[in-house]
Design a protein around this ligand. Structure first.
Ligand SMILES: Nc1ncnc2c1ncn2[C@@H]1O[C@H](COP(=O)(O)OP(=O)(O)O)[C@@H](O)[C@H]1O
Ligand SMILES: [Mg+2]
Length: 308
């Protein structure tokens, strides 16, 4: 069990995180928040690359800073920007890292081979990485992070720059890895974690906003997400009244998905209508609603595009 108790982090006078309290057991935790919310800061404290300004992080009750090397042996980490040697092949690169981690040569050779099979890179294991796509590089990144069979696997925005197909592949690999360890994956892209996270950790205004299952988080918007057609000319007025989650053009109309916490048939609504259909809220809706009034840059997933 990994526990963060009253964790705060300041960079000089700037406070990045305040009073974070979470407990993590085996499973996949998605840290979902917009850019600048403090995801990397939290992850770097978990990997002991940064020290908390206040609070304590423990693993099975012991302060991770006291555990030192013993704790770092339990960690596998894929940083947001991960460095590799372009002229190396995956086999060379991973073998080198294995030797740094003190894995014996024969054992390392088998391990590297197995891991490259797991991430689907056996075919290119002896090709130089400079020719690799972003997705292939990230898969090498995953392989290096699990070389030591870590009990805690930490991945900071691992899908940045991947195309949708690579994302799916990546999700499947991560999901398989989360069976018997703690996996912490940070992202600002909802679809990365919506289907695979056991729990979603959301950070807002430097604090823990929620940590819950996707279903429970989405339930909070029950009865508040609708879809309907409006005329294009109505859009400006509509947008002033409701928070538009997405909109697309359809046969001369606009089909909008929107958030209405006033009650769709609110008497004062200029759009009082029976035409609206109540929808099951998804995590994308929650993300947009939770961070709507923030100064953050909110990016939506590939699936939902604002086309206005
Ligand atoms: N070394 C640093 N010095 C000062 N401010 C920092 C430093 N690293 C991050 N920050 C600030 O802390 C906040 C959180 O950053 P970060 O943890 O990188 O967020 P995220 O990973 O969610 O994008 C941001 O406002 C960022 O500008
Ligand atoms: Mg970050």
């Amino acid at each position: 069990m990994l526990t963060l108790s009253h964790i705060s982090k300041k960079y000089g006078k700037f406070s990045a995180l305040e009073d974070i309290n979470i407990e993590l057991d085996n499973g996949l935790y998605g840290v979902l928040a917009p850019n600048g919310a403090g995801k990397t800061t939290m992850i770097k404290m978990i990997t002991t690359l940064l020290f908390p300004s206040e609070g304590i992080i423990t693993y099975d009750g012991v302060d991770i800073l006291e555990m030192g090397e013993k704790y770092r042996d339990l960690i596998g980490y894929l940083p947001q920007q991960f460095g590799y040697y372009k002229n190396n092949t995956p086999v060379q690169y991973l073998s080198y890292l294995a030797s740094l981690k003190g894995i014996k040569k024969e054992e390392a050779a088998k391990k590297v081979n197995d891991l490259l099979g797991m991430v689907g890179l056996s075919d290119v294991k002896n090709k130089k990485m400079k020719k690799f796509s972003g997705g292939m590089i990230q898969r090498v990144g995953i392989a290096q992070a699990v070389l030591n069979n870590p009990k805690i696997l930490v991945l900071d925005e691992p899908t940045a720059g991947l195309d949708p197909k690579e994302r799916v592949r990546f999700r499947n690999i991560i999901s398989a890895l989360s069976k018997d360890r703690i996996v912490i994956l940070s992202t600002h892209i909802v679809s990365d974690i919506e289907s695979i996270a056991n729990k979603v950790i959301m950070i807002k205004d430097k604090r823990l906003y929620s940590m819950d299952t996707v279903d429970n988080i989405c339930e909070r918007l029950d009865g508040k997400v609708f879809e309907r057609d409006i005329e294009e000319t109505e859009y400006e007025t509509f947008e002033r009244e409701y928070y538009v989650l997405s909109a697309r053009q359809e046969r001369g109309h606009l089909h909008v998905r929107y958030y209405d916490d006033k009650g769709e048939t609110g008497d004062n609504s200029a759009f009082k209508s029976e035409k609206a259909i109540e929808c099951l809220p998804n995590l994308e809706d929650v993300f947009l609603v939770v961070y709507q009034s923030d100064e953050y840059t909110v990016s939506t997933s590939d699936d939902i595009k604002h086309c206005i």
